[in-house]
Design a binder for this molecule. Structure first.
Ligand code: SAM
Length: 237
């Protein structure tokens, strides 16, 4: 944490015992196996991922060449950075519960599932790659306008972004990807009709969407009101 605004916000977020208040998203509610099936990361990939708790960027890092975790909430970035630091020191207890942050009481089930996913041998593999993970505190759509990636994990950002329409936002993401680049999109069902007005650069990847949904159904994580789709860049400049 370097910015003055960040230092001030961290002072205000401490409780009586000196803990930092929980970030809004301390652990993923999604299925990490579905994400891996849907995006199929390889060493050739540089993946832009919504950071949130950090669980998705850490999962992708195991197989990808590089991962860039982005979030517009400073506390999510600081929380995930603390987890990366714990990983670097092979402190796996702190990876699941960074000690500066107030322990989570309301997500016991999700933390248990994430611990099952990140077993010790997987964490050892992710740890070896931690130098290939970077963090950006920014709006993901601004990052997409400046840098190029091969795949994007885009969870709930369309729901939370009011400045541009979902389809405009998808078009911006498509334009930072090569032809064949993938977007793993998670949205609330409130965002309807995305497929009806899909930007011309994108098509739904039916096969990957089906496989990811089947994986999710085998171990359901998330509330019924969210949905996942894998899109693919059809043709790009
Ligand atoms: C609800 S969380 C995603 C959690 C995910 N569904 C899970 O269970 O792991 C959405 C995250 O995206 C971030 N976010 C939303 N819109 C964004 C944007 N335009 N740019 C960067 N981050 C954004 C939020 O700050 C939040 O951390």
């Amino acid at each position: 944490m370097t910015s003055i605004a960040g230092i001030i916000s961290s002072l205000f977020r401490r409780d009586m015992e000196g803990y930092l208040e929980q970030p809004v998203n301390p652990v993923t509610l999604e299925n990490l196996d579905s994400l891996m099936v849907g995006l199929d990361p390889t060493l050739d990939d540089t993946i832009l991922a919504i950071c949130s708790s950090g669980d998705q960027p850490f999962a992708l890092l195991e197989k990808a060449g590089k991962v860039v975790a982005v979030d517009r909430e400073d506390y999510q970035i600081r929380y995930a950075r603390d987890r990366a630091e714990a990983l670097r020191h092979r402190n796996y207890d702190e990876f699941f519960q960074p000690k500066k942050w107030k322990p989570s009481t309301s997500y016991a089930q999700e933390i248990k599932r994430v611990k099952e996913y990140f077993n010790e041998s997987r964490l050892d593999r992710v740890r070896e790659k931690v130098g290939f993970l970077s963090f950006i505190h920014a709006d993901i759509f601004k990052v997409c306008k400046k840098q190029r990636f091969s795949k994007v994990y885009l969870s709930n950002a369309l729901d939370w972004t009011k400045e541009i329409s979902p389809n405009e936002a998808l078009r911006i993401v498509a334009n930072c990807l090569p032809t064949g680049g993938l977007i793993y999109l998670v949205t609330y069902d409130s965002i309807k009709n995305i497929d009806d007005e899909l930007p011309p650069e994108l098509e739904k990847n039916e096969e990957r969407t089906k496989e990811a949904l089947e994986t999710e159904r085998s171990r359901p994580y998330r509330e019924q009101w969210e949905t996942l789709t894998v899109y693919q860049v059809y043709q790009n400049i």
